[in-house]
Design a protein around this ligand. Structure first.
Ligand SMILES: [Mg+2]
Ligand SMILES: [Zn+2]
Length: 167
């Protein structure tokens, strides 16, 4: 039996950002409205969660891999306190103008495909929610349905539609 999953972008989807703003300190991480409610609903309907994030601030030397991991751990602990388990946070630390082209940066789908394989995910029953077109593209390349939101938009109504089979 394969898992159904909801893949999530981090910045601008799960947590609040402005344009071009990098979150490198847990103190700056604030979950967006509706995220806890939305993921709780999806969890209760049997979805597992994977986060896929571009963290080009690492390539730009604005912060380190350890900083990014620290923020991710902090975020996962916020979710765990609400009994929401993030299976894995995958991130691409690259940027083509700083350290060359890679296959892990969205809109490429390498990280999505890694997760599909590792967590035995049925892509045809799974979704990618993100606030950028490249999130949707990365998901679609791996066979997921895409849900494009506005930056920092409340995801709860989209989660309701997923569980009702409307998306
Ligand atoms: Mg985003
Ligand atoms: Zn990469």
């Amino acid at each position: 039996m394969k898992n159904k999953a909801v893949f999530l972008d981090r910045d601008g989807t799960l947590n609040w950002v402005h344009e071009k703003y990098y979150i490198s300190n847990p103190d700056d991480l604030k979950l967006n409205e509706g995220v806890i409610e939305g993921l709780s609903l999806l969890r209760d309907c049997g979805f597992i969660f994977i986060v896929i994030s571009n963290q080009s601030g690492i390539a730009k030397k604005l912060y380190s891999i350890a900083d990014a991991e620290n923020v991710n751990t902090f975020m996962c602990n916020l979710f765990l306190a609400e009994k929401i388990k993030i299976e894995e946070v995958y991130f691409c630390p690259h940027h083509p103008e700083f350290d060359g082209k890679c296959l892990c940066r969205k809109p490429d789908s390498l990280l999505v495909e890694k997760a599909i394989s590792r967590f035995n995910i049925d892509a045809s029953q799974s979704y990618f929610i993100g606030d950028a077109e490249r999130d949707i593209t990365a998901g679609k390349k791996a066979g997921l349905k895409g849900i494009k939101i506005q930056q920092n938009e409340n995801i709860y109504p989209f989660c309701q539609k997923i569980v009702k089979g409307e998306l």
